[in-house]
Design a protein around this ligand. Structure first.
Ligand SMILES: [Zn+2]
Ligand SMILES: [Zn+2]
Length: 80
């Protein structure tokens, strides 16, 4: 058994409503993947702690195709 993020693993598509225009936002890559591009010396665990998200959650950016705003939403990992 392992804790995995359903979005990173393609297990489910998460639908989030845009708080600004009510459209469906689309899930983007996990935030720590972005950090990896810019901070190659930090491992994922440290990055997650810096971001204030526990290991039980995976922080994703959701972007709105209508108004082009984005939002960070922590996704609960599931046991697999
Ligand atoms: Zn994820
Ligand atoms: Zn929107």
């Amino acid at each position: 058994m392992e804790m995995v993020c359903p979005i990173c693993n393609g297990l489910s598509s998460y639908v989030v409503k845009c708080p600004f225009c009510d459209s469906s936002m689309e899930a983007q890559a996990a935030v720590q993947d972005y950090f990896d591009d810019y901070s190659p010396y930090l491992d994922k665990e440290i990055t997650q702690k810096l971001d204030g998200v526990s290991k039980a959650q995976c922080l994703h950016i959701f972007s709105c195709p209508q108004c082009h705003r984005d939002k960070r939403i922590p996704i609960d990992r599931v046991l697999m």
